[in-house]
Each structure stands twice: as C-alpha cells, then as structure tokens.
Design a protein around this ligand. Structure first.
Ligand code: AMP
Length: 376
C-alpha cells in the first residue's frame, strides 16, 4: 500500500516522501479513504500510531480542493487538542504535510501572551489548532468566529475529558455549524467517551488500531525492584550500564521531576524537566534540546508529556510507576513509534507493587523482572 493508492494528491505525496514516510500506517490506511469521502470518523488510536497524519492529510486535500481564489479567509477547520504540546505537534504536522499547498494555519493555547496569536488570526487562517480554554477566551473577546467551520477534529478526546474540558467542549460545539465533518480520536472507547462521541458524530465510521491494553509489541519492557532511596543510584546504573545516551524519564510529580534533573546534574548528566510549572518558553527549550540531543535526558510528568513526539526515541524510563495502568501504556508508547523498536524500564518500590500489578493485568502479561542489578 502506498499513499498514492489512498488517492492522495501529488503535493501531499511529495511532502510525505520528504518526511521519509514510505507507506501508510494502519490507522492512515483505514481512515483516509473514509475522510476523503466526507464521512465522520470515530478513531480509537493512541499517540504513536500516525493518527495525526490520518486526519491531517485528507483534510488538507479536501481544503485544497475547495479553495477559493478570492475573498477573505475564514476558519474552515478546527482541531481541538488537550495540551499545548499536542497542539504544537499537530501544527508542525500540518506545516510539514501542507507545505506544497497554500493552506494557512494557526495554533492557539494558553500560558503565553495572546498578542501573536491574535495577530496571526487577523491575517486570516484556514486551519485553527487550539486548546479549549484559550479558544473560548479568544472567542469571547470576539477574535474568533466558528460559523464557517467545515471540519471539526477532537484529538485525544479521552484526555480532554480527564482534564475536565467537557464543559468547554460543549460551549464550543454550540458555535460550530451542525453541517460539518467531524473526526473524533481517542485512545479508549470508555462509556463517557462513547457518550460524547454519540452526541457530536453523524453516522460515523469506526476505525481502531492497537487498543490501549496491547502495548506496542515492539517495546521491550522490564522492571527493576528497588528501594526508594536507591532509585537515583539505579538510574545512573542503567544509563551507564546500558550505554543509554537519550531517554525520556517519567516521574509522578513536578517536584519529583525537578529532583531527578538535579540528581543527574550532580552526576554530570545533562537533563531538563518538562512539567506544568514550567513556562512555555522553558518547555520549548527543553524539548528542543532533547530533540537535537544537546540534552540527554528529558524528565517529564504525565500531563506535560502528552504530545511529546521525538523521532527514534529509544528508551523510556519509569522512575516512578504511574497510579493508572493506562498511563503506563501511554508512557511507553513514546518509544517504539511507527514501527521502530524501543526499550521501557520501570523502577518499582514495594509501595508501587499494586500499581505494577494493575499494569500487568491491563497488558495481559507480566513485565520481565531484572534481578541482576546492584540495588536488588
Ligand atoms: P502520531 O500518532 O500522529 O503522534 O504519529 C507518531 C509518529 O509517527 C510521528 O513521529 C509521525 O511523524 C510518524 N508517522 C506518521 N505517519 C507515518 C508513516 N506513514 N510512516 C512513518 N512515520 C509516520
């Protein structure tokens, strides 16, 4: 299967060539033809499956076909995402895929000044990528009208519900035309998700890949039992012993993330933290440094990590085991993306054993225990 087989137009196929994508991922193969036909979609797919391109490519193609040469630009497509990181990531994808088409886009999210965002909106945009809070804020200030929306995308809808955006989403929905194409993506099909989906989708086609409980099969997973006070030493040990020069490390708390960065600095290992207390500038710098490998270790909390997309990330280390088993799946899904191999290591104290038990139950296997380490 090629992208041309999916009847994507040449400018898009050329942009994909440039990105080095040789063939569509399963979610792309399943969703693109239906979206091109104008159907609504309920997509059950987690990050790492190529779902962004699955909705961005056909939308760009349809927007291009409907492009009018003259007249003022109005927002025709709205993409809602739960976090700034994910919104930025989606925008980067639109930019890369649409570079041979004259479709403009703009990203808005909270935590930064609105001035640049408003200036971009004033110039007129076709595609708006937004987090719900800032979108409502700018709508209330009169900067954004959604009455010409033809496409509405809800990305990571499960996360949007978890983060309490349901009322914001409902308010936004009252402002978009009923006649539109809606694409809804979620990592789970939990009852609350289905309820929301049913209220906004019109006769949707269901597409699903890699249910959340089946962890990316290419990720090699292991667990190290360790005392809390020895985790720092164990982190150094695994980094050195396995010659890991690039890893995403997860902690449960912001304070924990900062502490790991400090501990690593003492060991002479370059690291940066990314979490909700960091300014947008600091987050972007950390992510950029990690991507260009001037920073070896990125330490993140779960919410901040949503949308982090690092090509060829080889290692994920769970410095602390997450309380929710699904979170573990999201975390390790950062590696082993789009067919690449990856390694996920988890450090587990006695107190964290119940969480590990839940994870083993969810993924339907017992993660292999490594007992050959000095802190056992
Ligand atoms: P997503 O699930 O949208 O976050 O995408 C996960 C990663 O896969 C991103 O780094 C994309 O750039 C990459 N990707 C998306 N589609 C393809 C493809 N067809 N071939 C290779 N990589 C892809």
């Amino acid at each position: 299967m090629t992208f041309s087989n999916l009847r994507l137009i040449k400018p898009l196929v050329l942009a994909l060539d440039k990105k080095g994508y040789t063939e569509p991922t399963p979610i792309q193969e399943q969703a693109i033809p239906h979206i091109l036909e104008g159907k609504d979609i309920f997509g059950c797919a987690q990050t790492g499956t190529g779902k962004t391109a699955a909705f961005a490519l056909p939308m760009l193609q349809l927007l291009d076909a409907r492009k009018q040469a003259n007249g003022p630009k109005t927002i025709k497509a709205l993409i809602l995402a739960p976090t700034r990181e994910l919104a930025s990531q989606i925008s980067e994808n639109f930019l890369a895929y649409g570079k041979n088409l004259g479709i403009s886009h703009c990203t808005i999210f909270g935590g930064v000044s609105q001035v640049n965002q408003v200036n971009n909106l004033r110039r007129g945009v076709d595609v708006l990528v937004a987090t719900p809070g800032r979108l409502l804020d700018l709508m209330n200030q009169g900067y954004i009208k959604l009455n010409n929306i033809e496409f509405l995308v809800l990305d990571e809808a499960d996360r949007m519900l978890d983060m309490g955006f349901i009322n914001d989403i409902k308010k936004i929905l009252t402002k978009v035309p009923a006649k539109r194409q809606t694409l809804f993506f979620s990592a789970t099909a939990a009852p609350a998700i289905m309820k929301l989906a049913n209220t906004i989708l019109n006769n949707p086609v269901h597409v699903a890949v890699t249910p959340v409980s089946s962890t990316a099969s290419l990720v090699e997973q292991s667990v190290y039992y360790v005392k809390k006070e020895d985790k720092r030493g164990l982190l150094k040990f695994v980094l050195v012993n396995n010659k890991i020069d690039h890893a995403l490390v997860f902690t449960r708390t912001k304070h924990g993330a900062d502490k790991v960065v400090k501990d690593l600095a003492i060991l002479g290992i370059s690291a940066a933290a990314i979490h909700g207390n960091k300014s947008q500038g600091a987050r972007e710098r950390a992510l950029k440094g990690f991507k260009n490998r001037t920073i070896r270790i990125l330490v993140a909390t779960d919410i901040a990590s949503r949308g982090i997309d690092v090509d060829k990330l080889s290692h994920v280390i769970n410095y602390e085991i997450p309380e929710q088993a699904e979170t573990y799946v999201h975390r390790i899904g950062r590696t082993g993306r789009a067919g690449a191999s990856g390694v996920a290591m988890s450090f587990c104290t006695r107190d964290e054993m119940p969480y590990l038990k839940d994870i083993n139950k969810l993924i339907k296997k017992n993660i292999e225990v490594v007992s050959t380490h000095p802190f056992n």
